[in-house]
Design a binder for this molecule. Structure first.
Ligand SMILES: Nc1ncnc2c1ncn2[C@@H]1O[C@H](COP(=O)(O)OP(=O)(O)OP(=O)(O)O)[C@@H](O)[C@H]1O
Ligand SMILES: [Mg+2]
Length: 1013
């Protein structure tokens, strides 16, 4: 195997801008020259290019022979990588133009270059043979930049749409339309770089797009207003505003500046630029030009007049300083040149002049100076600013500066200085902001909360995500009147936001960055020991130091300190960006390491963590482990969280499918299918899906001679959800399952299947059969209440007592019935079986009603309903609703009962497709409710259908009730058929031994007779 060429594992995915520049037609040109001469010419060309790349902090990736490839944004990310590449390109084109003019003069050469620029993701890192690999970037993004270069006309720079989008506003671009490009599947839109644009900062860009309504910030605004009052009183003040990128420092300053201007106060603004650190005094120059009212078009003489005019008016003593000001502002007076000074001396002199301007004796009006983005300020400007702030006491000058937290401010101990830490927007303000951007359409419900959480109150992030949602077609309609047409869950991180966050992450020292990346894989929250384990920084105090840095820099916070330190990401987006920056291979190994650390460090919590461990194992490529842990998690979710359990079993099945054949694979494959079938009767399942699972499970069980699974399959086939079954077939299937269980000799299996069989007997009203099976369950279980637990239902022993209780109730032996049901509830609760507990409470509620204690019945039914809703499975919820309706009817609340029954019907049918084995029960109750409401015709019709269904399917348990309800409805309508229906009802009740039903029939007979009389 050839391992010479490989990517070092420390490669990263990065968003960058790639620039290609080369000489057009270099072969022909080279041919015209002596090779040595040509080499010198190219050397000159390369050094122009390399200088410009370095100036904007790009990296020359490689020399291509007749040009270069440069990358902006890697190894160190810059949030404005596209702008930097464009500035470099503009300078290159200028530099090359004069170089070419020179060459034309000296050598008669027609030398010209062209540039291509593209932005996007690359993989950056050391690539090459082991040991001597060089840092480089690879990926489609690189290829497209090269294509742009090949396309560009001589002397021009072409951009792809992605680069243009990132540079728009800051640079002037011309849209050249679509081009067919080799290697691109669709036409590519191409832009030409023309020059500098109008925007100087991101806020300018926002202004051009149309500011969003200014929200919140009342407190900060009043701090600024108070400072202005002090300044007016001649005290002077300086305020520093500090916050992360995008929180709204510039916007706050802008709003305040506008307010000052509105009051007739002069405001001068300047800002440091991210690519301007190398250009000394840029912000000071900006500030002074604004102060003297100088514009680009002013000729030198006018500039000097403006400076002198204003300076002398302020203070005639400034006359001596004019040469320095002229010189600094680039308009030296030929008659009075400024003497040559050392850089330091010149700087000191400049500081002196600025302080004099502030203290000028004729100044009457307050002045506001705003200097933005000090985190990018050059040293000279910073010194000057510090002196300025030191000197403003007793003046009418208010200095407002802003910066990001990473800025080390050296002058915050100045007496006139105060700092405002600008906080993220609160939810209410985010809501207002989103209301302004997107509108108030009902489809946007919940969007504000979602975005607030994702953007962590950062208005820039909010704006960009909304823009992304619009562009990706999730939001339709005009700004401020959008409709949400697609879910926003899967939307990624906008490139602009990613650029800011990636740059923040890259500014961390290597250990802290490694830690943050590891944490992003380990999860939203991760315990300290796990993080230490996966960070690769275990030795010494390295991890702790890195952790401190990550916390101090605001990436992580301590979500809990005791009993274990739990670390969490402060911003969800930072986590996404940190996660996305890693190579898949690296993420995989961190996921697997996280899983292993969780297992090792939490020996008592394996069950609880199993689902999470399975996630990490799966992401870590450890499919077998993932399948095991997923099964464990599914068992743990069990019957208390049936939906989770169903999902986890499906996942286990899918994971198992990827494994090589083995005994374990077969076991997991069959169990995961049987388990899903076991949840199917609780939750519902598509018919085809169910058929497929049955077929596959049967095939595997037969192939592996797995009698236990075959037995279960028989029993579960009997329990298929919602099948309109024939009682006799059902009984036959469960009897067969019983026989197989006995054959297997598996004691637990025997108990589980006996219990399931009791249910089929109950539905066909074979009460003796129920008792027989239940007694066998109790006998087989002996003194083990956990016998057969969890195979089909949670606790067969509790279930058996419950069924015996139901039979007692049918025989109208109410006290023994209560005794059994109460005991069943006790055992179910002790054994942690919330389902059997729910069913038992349902029966206790109806028993109370049967005994005439309607109040107690209602209380029990309502409480049960509440608890069962939490369980979430359709089968139990339907039963709890049915029992609630029974008690409501007993209480004479026909309306309430009807509503409850309709809810139950809807719930069951929509999940199962049919009404199931208890459909006739609900039918009988609905008939009574309709009857009570005077809707006799509907009652009669429904009763006929329900009775026919029960009769036909052999569901004899509900049949007497259905017929009794039919008789009462018929009698109400004056129909003679009533007597016949009552006769049949009594006949069935008699045959099946339901004294309770017989009593009800007798009462009905009396009611009918009374109504006739
Ligand atoms: N209070 C606010 N109400 C409405 N929009 C706001 C508010 N604060 C900021 N914004 C908007 O959020 C975006 C980012 O704000 P701004 O440019 O002021 O951030 P910043 O803190 O200066 O960031 P950076 O450090 O990158 O300069 C802008 O479009 C701005 O209009
Ligand atoms: Mg700003």
């Amino acid at each position: 195997m050839n391992t010479a060429n490989r990517i070092e594992p420390d490669g990263e995915r990065k968003q960058v801008t790639v620039l290609f520049a080369d000489v057009k037609g270099s072969m022909d040109l080279a041919e015209q020259q002596d090779p040595e001469e040509w080499r010198r010419i190219m050397q000159g060309f390369f050094s122009i290019l390399a200088d410009d790349v370095n100036r904007f902090e790009g990296t020359v990736d490689k020399f291509t022979g007749d040009g270069i490839m440069a990358v902006f944004g890697a190894p160190i990310a810059h949030e404005d990588h596209a702008r930097r590449a464009c500035y470099a390109a503009l300078r290159m084109l200028d530099g090359i133009a004069s170089y070419a003019a020179d060459l034309r003069r000296k050598h008669g050469l027609n030398f010209s270059a062209r540039i291509g620029i593209n932005s996007g993701e690359v993989i950056a890192g050391e690539i090459g043979s082991e040991g001597d690999g060089a840092y480089t970037a690879i990926g489609h993004t690189v290829g497209m930049a090269q294509r742009m270069e090949a396309l560009a006309e001589p002397g021009k720079a072409y951009l792809t749409e992605e680069a243009a989008e990132a540079a728009r506003g800051f640079l002037e671009l011309e849209d050249l339309g679509d081009f067919e490009i080799k290697g691109a599947s669709r036409p590519i839109r191409v832009f030409e770089l023309i020059g500098i644009g109008t925007a100087r900062s991101r806020l300018d860009l926002s202004r051009e797009r149309g500011f969003s309504t200014f929200v919140g910030r009342d407190e900060e605004t009043s701090v600024l207003a108070a400072a202005l009052d002090r300044t007016r009183a001649g005290e002077g003040a300086a305020i520093g505003i500090v916050a992360e990128a995008g929180i709204g420092k510039s916007r706050l300053c802008h709003e305040f500046a506008e307010r000052c201007r509105g009051e007739g106060i002069e405001v001068f603004e300047a800002q440091a630029q991210s690519h301007g650190r190398g250009i000394p005094f840029m912000p000071v120059l900006q500030m002074l030009r604004a102060y003297f009212g100088i514009v680009d078009a002013d000729p030198e003489r006018i500039v000097r007049e403006k400076i002198a005019g204003r300076a002398l008016l302020l203070d005639p003593d400034l006359a001596d300083d004019l040469p320095l000001l002229f010189d600094f502002l680039g308009v030296p007076d030929p008659d009075r040149p400024f003497p040559q000074l050392s850089a330091e001396a010149r700087q000191r002199a400049l500081c002196g002049v600025v302080c004099k301007l502030v203290h000028a004796r004729n100044r009457r009006e307050p002045t506001v100076i705003v200097v933005e983005d000090l985190h990018w300020i050059d040293e000279g400007s910073e010194t000057l600013l510090r002196e300025l702030v030191g000197a403003i006491e007793g003046t009418q000058t208010l200095v407002i500066v802003n910066f990001r937290p990473e800025y080390e401010r050296g002058w915050s101990n100045q007496p006139a200085y105060r700092e405002i830490a600008l906080q993220p927007l609160g939810l209410d303000d985010t809501r207002k902001l989103i209301g302004d951007l997107a509108g108030a359409d009902p489809s946007l419900d919940g969007l504000a909360e979602h975005l607030h959480e994702r953007a962590a109150g950062n208005p820039f992030f909010v704006e960009e995500i909304v823009r992304e949602l619009v562009e990706a077609g999730h939001l339709e309609g005009a700004r401020g009147a959008h409709r949400l047409v697609r879910s926003v869950e899967e939307i990624g991180v906008p490139a602009s936001v990613q650029a800011v966050l990636a740059a923040r992450i890259d500014r961390l020292e290597p250990d802290a960055k490694q830690l943050v990346q590891a944490a992003s894989v380990a999860g939203k929250e991760v315990s300290e020991p796990t993080l230490v384990g996966v960070s690769g920084l275990a030795e010494g105090g390295r991890c702790e130091a890195a952790l401190r840095t990550a916390i101090d820099a605001g990436f992580l916070y301590e979500a809990e300190l005791y009993p274990k330190r739990l670390l969490a990401f402060r911003h969800p987006l930072t986590r996404e960006v940190a996660y996305g920056s890693q190579l898949a291979e690296q993420r995989r190994s961190t996921h697997a390491a996280t899983a292993r650390a969780m297992i090792e460090l939490n020996p008592e919590r394996h069950d609880e963590l199993a689902a999470l461990i399975a996630d990490h194992m799966e992401e870590g490529g450890e499919t077998q482990e993932a399948a095991r842990w997923s099964a464990r998690a599914a068992y743990w979710a069990g019957h208390s969280q049936p939906r989770d359990a169903m999902r986890l079993w499906k996942r286990t099945m899918d994971l198992t499918g990827e494994l090589d054949e083995s005994e374990e694979k077969a076991a997991l494959a069959v169990t995961s299918r049987l388990r899903q079938l076991d949840y199917a009767w609780r939750l519902g399942m598509e018919r085809e899906e169910e058929a497929r699972l049955v077929e596959e499970a049967e095939e595997i069980a037969k192939r592996t001679a797995d009698l236990r699974s075959l037995t279960l399959l028989r029993a579960l086939l009997g329990a298929r959800p919602g099948i309109v079954r024939k009682g006799e077939d059902w009984i036959a299937a469960t009897d067969e399952a019983n026989r197989l269980a006995d054959e297997s000799g598996d004691h637990h299996l025997q108990v589980a299947i006996r219990a399931a069989t009791a249910y089929s007997r109950l539905c066909v009203a074979d009460f003796e059969g129920v008792n027989r099976h239940c007694d066998e369950v109790l006998e087989l279980a002996g003194d083990d209440p956990g016998a057969g637990a969890g195979i089909i239902i949670g606790c067969p022993v509790a279930w058996a007592r419950m069924c015996n209780g139901i039979c007692h109730r049918e025989r109208a032996d109410f006290e023994p019935a209560r005794e059994q049901l109460e005991r069943a509830l006790e055992i179910a609760n002790e054994q942690g079986d919330p389902e059997t507990a729910s069913w038992t409470r349902s029966n206790l509620a109806t028993l109370a009603a049967a005994q005439g204690d309607v109040e107690a019945g209602l209380a029990m039914a309502r409480r049960n309903h509440e608890l069962t809703e939490r369980l979430g499975d359709v089968f139990s919820r339907t039963i709890s609703l049915t029992s609630l309706a029974t008690v409501e009817l007993a209480a004479g609340d026909h309306r309430g009962a009807l509503d409850t029954l309709e809810e139950a019907e809807q719930l069951y049918r929509s999940a199962m497709g049919t009404g199931g084995e208890l459909s006739a029960w609900r039918g009988a109750l609905r008939v009574d409710a309709l009857h009570g409401l005077g809707r006799t015709a509907e009652a009669v019709e429904l009763a006929r259908t329900a009775a026919a269904e029960a009769r036909e399917n052999g569901m004899l348990w509900p049949l007497p009730r259905t017929l009794r309800a039919l008789a009462e409805a018929l009698a109400k309508g004056g129909d003679e058929g009533a007597a016949e229906a009552l006769g049949e009802a009594a006949d069935v009740a008699q045959r099946t031994g339901s004294t309770f039903a017989l009593d009800e029939i007798e009462q009905a007979r009396e009611r009918i007779a009374a109504a006739r009389a």
